[in-house]
Design a protein. Sequence first.
Length: 152
Amino acid sequence: MPFESVKDDHIRARVGQVEYLGQKLLDWGIPIVVPIGGHAIYLDAKRFLPQIPQEQFPAQRLAAELYLEAGIRAMERGIVSAGRSKETGENYYPELELVRLTIPRRVYTQAHMDLTAEAVEEVYYNRDRLRGLKMIYEPKYLHFFQARFELQ
């Protein structure tokens, strides 16, 4: 359907799905970025996993755990995505460590939102057992897509 993204009903349904997921997580005390966005929920990995220092990649660990828990593909938006200084090779340490749960249009049902919420809740409930990661492989380019990690 051409131009559906400018139709009010479509926008209402799309944003409503994201709001539904975000509100469920907020109701359960799960730390997310507010206000809730129109296309994604951002989990606050620093508050979600305070026991994991930033140099041990808390957002990457959270994204990996969501995949292991329920097959949820999420995107780390923290120290791994921030990259390194070309001059010193040191990591950049962004203020935020986030995990993006993007909701593509016309793909997921309400049941998918419930499954996602329940998986995030399960990981949050068991968060104290999670440890950080160590980067064991980092390619020259696109390291946030191709880097490899192991548990600390």
